[in-house]
Ligand binder design. Structure first.
Ligand SMILES: Nc1ncnc2c1ncn2[C@@H]1O[C@H](COP(=O)(O)OP(=O)(O)OP(=O)(O)O)[C@@H](O)[C@H]1O
Ligand SMILES: [Mg+2]
Length: 247
């Protein structure tokens, strides 16, 4: 299967896949604005797995949503795969996301009337793959995540951890250049969580790809290259995971 979208130019080998500067975002609640991101600078290098940690409410999901182009920032600049995200129209952002990104949302956002296989096949069908090929590929990815026995179940008949694995398979199936995962192991036991992160890393750790994982799960820290700590809308600390003391 061709997974490299032809429309997206290859950034230079040294360029970060994500380059964010001075990202500010607030939400209007009633008549006041609540600041949530207070000036975030972040680069994600090609081939990097970046772990994003921080207390509940510190802005992790908001930052991921801005990088995905799902939420507009109030201030700052953002380049993703050499494209200036803030200057794109909504249609351009939607097309760009479909071509280049995969997400695992904290809420899984599965389509309730579709089976596991159909849910995972959707991004491939949108890309124009024939149904038979899309389903075969979807089944292959679901099987690597231990979901071979639940292929025809709809989301309401799946456990939380099974729904999570369908969402992960859907993000992985196109082998996207940028994978954005919000708590991908939150509902999984240790062994399944390990298997899932290994599958994510098989795509996300490739030299021309990258992955950001929001997580509280210290069991998956071994997979990360850098650990970025957020607190109160700011990045407070960045640790490189190859340092001996983190092992
Ligand atoms: N649509 C919204 N409207 C108003 N406030 C929002 C909205 N989305 C998020 N917030 C607020 O922004 C802050 C950061 O939320 P965010 O979801 O980014 O946190 P988080 O770090 O992902 O937390 P968690 O670990 O609990 O998922 C929170 O105080 C939240 O209440
Ligand atoms: Mg969150």
């Amino acid at each position: 299967m061709t997974t490299q979208p032809s429309e997206i130019p290859e950034p230079p080998a040294s360029a970060p896949l994500v380059h964010a500067r001075g990202i500010v975002k607030s939400f209007r609640v009633d008549h006041t604005r609540i600041p949530v991101l207070k000036g975030v600078d972040l680069d994600v290098a090609a081939g990097e797995v970046l772990l994003l940690v921080g207390p509940s409410g510190s802005g992790k999901t908001t930052l991921l949503s801005v990088i995905a182009g799902i939420l507009d920032a109030d201030e700052g600049t953002l380049t993703v795969l050499d494209r200036d995200l803030f200057s794109m129209t909504e249609d351009e952002k939607t097309a760009f996301r479909r071509e280049a990104m995969g997400f695992v949302f904290q809420q899984f956002n599965l389509l309730p009337t579709l089976t596991a296989t159909e849910n995972v096949a959707v991004p491939l069908l949108i890309r124009g793959l024939k149904k038979e090929a899309a389903f075969a590929r979807a089944i292959e990815v679901l099987k690597t995540l231990g979901m071979g026995g639940r292929l025809t179940s709809t989301p309401s008949h799946l456990s939380g951890g099974e729904q999570q694995r369908v969402a992960i398979a859907r993000a992985l199936v196109t082998e996207p250049r940028l994978l954005l995962c919000d708590e991908p192991t939150a509902n999984l036991d240790a062994e399944t969580g390990h298997r899932v992160v290994e599958a994510l890393c098989r795509v996300g750790k490739r030299p021309d790809r990258a992955m950001i994982i929001v997580t509280h799960d210290t069991r998956i820290f071994e997979f990360g290259d850098r650990l970025v700590h957020m607190d109160d809308g700011r990045i407070r600390e960045v640790q490189h995971m190859n340092e001996e003391e983190l092992r």
